[in-house]
Write a protein that binds this ligand. Structure first.
Ligand code: V47
Ligand code: SF4
Length: 395
């Protein structure tokens, strides 16, 4: 199968040794990943990400790009924490914070159900009014009214908080939520695992060992989870590589991560902009490509179009991402911090974006079962990476 994938890196290229490992399907090291980040040959890094993606795909599915018809639900934006990058739960606006009753959550879910969504992605602030009993009822009610909708909900941060509120173990919280219909967990709340970054950003919740422990327990209990990394919050390249290595190590042990999502911080409503370096488009594309290569035990890498913007997300598909997330009816977290991406991409639009990027659009369910293969044929691209990137930076 690998014979059909073009090997673009020549033997005298500075990345030749790393490229050889990628071509052989070998695991790369911390130093290799740092070298990829330090390379100024973005096209080469992208080509390796694409190679790793194709090598990982099932035979015949090398050009599949997945998406799902979904909605985000955020039952509360009140949060006892005050992470400095978060505008969604903004301490200055606490008086305006909202907390939905179970009926309101159901009403919102109903709007998505009427539009045919297959997944609810539900996360919220850490709010003592929204305890385990509240969420058990929310899950039960959604499941009883919309049994066909998969509920992907609660970051590890929320699981930690719910366990502490009730004085019970993470395992008991997770088991009770699963018993009420929880289908899988999203990857939010990982931020950057490095303690110094977390201290600068006033992140007091869920340090790395707790995040990893909770995901490991979820995997043991039989549900899949995702993982994230938030960039643009004063992290170094080494911090990013170490973050991914911790995730790779956990995946070696528990095996239930299905997707990694590199996230980019937006700064409206925060006071951190002068202390951080905003990631460039090239940085974001490298996060996609290098995560695809380094996280060799993660099945999928997501290009989160809400944060990347549609055009960069399309380009990210040629850097190793194989998932565009979903149609997403409404998104609050990044839009509270200034994202201008449109909401609710229609399914036809999603498919056009994928096909016009040179890939085959495939509708998936939350756990990556294929639901429908689009009749749209992937476009033949007549522009190189470099030309597409240049067009993007001039647009
Ligand atoms: O955990 C917070 C991040 C995350 C900001 O698992 C911010 O499929 C940008 O995790 N600018 C929530 N980001 C989003 C998330 C996610 C999204 C899509 C898919 C999946 C999945 C997960 O957003 C938070 C935090 O890391 N965040 N503030 C901000 N100002
Ligand atoms: Fe609360 Fe999460 Fe925002 Fe931190 S990032 S303030 S834990 S909602």
């Amino acid at each position: 199968m690998s014979a059909v994938i073009e090997k673009e890196i020549s033997a005298n290229h500075p990345l030749a040794d790393v490229a050889q490992k990628v071509y052989n399907g070998q695991r790369i090291s911390r130093d290799d990943a740092i070298k990829l980040y330090q390379s100024d040959d973005l096209a080469a890094v992208g080509a390796l990400g694409e190679y790793a993606r194709r090598l990982k795909a099932e035979p015949g599915q090398e050009n599949y790009v997945y998406y799902i018809h979904n909605m985000h639900l955020n039952p509360t934006n009140f949060c006892v924490e005050t992470c400095r990058f978060c505008s969604y739960a903004n301490p200055d606006e606490r008086g305006k914070a909202y907390t939905w009753g179970v009926d309101r959550v159901l009403e919102e879910a109903g709007k998505g159900a009427a539009l045919g969504i297959k997944e609810i992605h539900m996360v919220g602030g850490l709010n003592p009014a929204c305890d385990l009993a509240y969420y058990e009822e929310v899950l039960q009610q959604i499941k009883s009214q919309f049994p066909h909708i998969h509920i992907k909900a609660f970051t590890a941060v929320e699981i930690e908080y719910l366990a502490n509120l009730d004085g019970i173990s993470y395992e008991e919280v997770l088991q009770r939520l699963i018993d009420c219909g929880l289908g899988s967990m999203p990857g939010g709340g990982a931020e950057i695992f490095d303690d110094a970054v977390r201290e600068r950003m006033a992140v007091k919740k869920t340090p790395a060992p707790v995040y990893l422990d909770i995901h490991g327990i979820a995997h043991k209990l039989g549900i899949k989870t995702n993982a994230t990394m938030l960039t643009g919050i004063s992290e170094t390249v080494e911090n990013k590589v170490d973050h991914m290595l911790l995730l790779r190590g956990q995946q070696d042990i528990s095996g239930g991560f299905q997707c990694f999502i590199p996230l980019k911080c937006y700064y409206d409503g925060t006071n951190i902009q002068n202390e951080v370096t905003e990631p460039t488009s090239a940085d974001l594309l490298k996060d996609v490509a290098i995560s695809r290569i380094l996280l060799d035990n993660f099945p999928h890498i997501k290009a989160y179009w809400i944060q990347l913007g549609v055009q960069l997300a399309q380009l990210a598909l040629s850097f190793g991402a194989d998932d565009l997330d979903g149609t997403i009816l409404e998104e609050k977290i990044t839009h509270a911090a200034g994202a201008k991406t449109p909401l609710q991409l229609a399914e036809e639009k999603m498919e056009q974006l994928i096909a016009s990027s040179g890939y085959k659009p495939v509708v998936r369910d939350t756990v990556y079962n294929i639901r429908q293969i689009s009749p749209l044929e992937p476009a033949a691209l007549n522009q190189s990476f470099a030309e597409r990137l240049a067009a993007l930076s001039h647009s």
